[in-house]
Design a protein around this ligand. Structure first.
Ligand SMILES: Nc1ncnc2c1ncn2[C@@H]1O[C@H](COP(=O)(O)OP(=O)(O)OP(=O)(O)O)[C@@H](O)[C@H]1O
Ligand SMILES: [Mg+2]
Length: 246
């Protein structure tokens, strides 16, 4: 097992956003989290990555309690959340963006960035990452010249730059065309064979084709967990989530 969430609860004022959530995830598993808007999915991700702290319960990561660890410390342990668009350096190329992310994992300071070209290990690693997220042919493109879909692929590239052992992807296909979605699915399918991946998605076809196991949140409650087939056949999930989806 790589991570175990034990009785996690979180409130914002009177709003009980997560109520006693317990989830255990095995290494190299690809797990999906679904549920209506406001169910608590992103809050759960933030609690795992350390950008928010839970009010109750514990998180065990690789057999260690990480409840008190900052987002930076969790990242060093291997928990990585895909960045939002505004985390890209727009004026930099794809290669440079990935090199900055890699330089952090190689512990090379920012001040050395200008001489990074000489650092072959970082360059080699950057090429590998570009390949993993399907951006090899765009290495010299400025990131703000990429299509929206390719920018999201780059964000995933930044998230895998420090060889995470747990990758959190929050709605990686949001706002994408069918073609862009297909590319992301192909990419995540491959990545999830190396990295334990948790993916939050509203697109059920995406979830069904990626996740081996799916957890369903509704108003902060974990109402169901099962395989894609079990979710498809669950009356409860149909009523509480899929049935109300647009
Ligand atoms: N920082 C915050 N302060 C106060 N309330 C918050 C905060 N973050 C989230 N919430 C509330 O917590 C609840 C769960 O939000 P969350 O973003 O986790 O939902 P979600 O399942 O990710 O929804 P969506 O599918 O729309 O992304 C919502 O009612 C939201 O308004
Ligand atoms: Mg969300």
């Amino acid at each position: 097992m790589i991570i175990s969430l034990q009785n996690i609860s979180k409130s914002f004022g009177a709003n009980n956003v997560l109520k006693n959530i317990s989830i255990a995830i095995d290494k190299k598993e690809c797990v999906g989290i679904i549920g209506p808007n406001g169910a608590g999915k992103s809050t759960l991700f933030k609690i795992i990555s350390g950008s928010l702290f839970q009010d109750g319960g514990s998180i065990i990561f690789n057999d260690a309690n990480i409840d008190k660890l900052s987002i930076e410390k969790r990242s060093r342990l291997g928990i990585s959340q895909s960045f939002q668009s505004n985390s890209l350096f727009n004026e930099m190329t794809v290669k440079e963006n990935i090199m900055v992310a890699c330089s952090q994992s190689f512990k090379v300071g920012w001040e050395l960035f200008k001489s990074l070209d000489k650092r072959t290990n970082i360059i080699t690693k950057s090429y590998e990452i570009a390949e993993e997220v399907g951006l090899t042919e765009y290495l010299d493109f400025r990131s703000d010249n990429l299509s929206y879909g390719l920018q999201r692929q780059l964000e995933v590239g930044l998230a895998i730059a420090n060889n995470p052992s747990l990758l959190l992807l929050d709605e990686p296909t949001a706002g994408m065309s069918n073609e862009e979605t297909k590319n992301i699915v192909k990419m995540v399918k491959k990545l999830s064979t190396y990295y334990t991946t948790i993916i939050v998605e509203h697109d059920m076809d995406v979830i069904y084709s990626l996740a081996k196991k799916i957890y369903v949140l509704d108003s902060g409650d974990l109402i169901f967990d099962g395989t894609p087939n079990e979710v498809k056949n669950s009356k409860l999930v149909q009523e509480r989530y899929i049935g109300i989806k647009q």
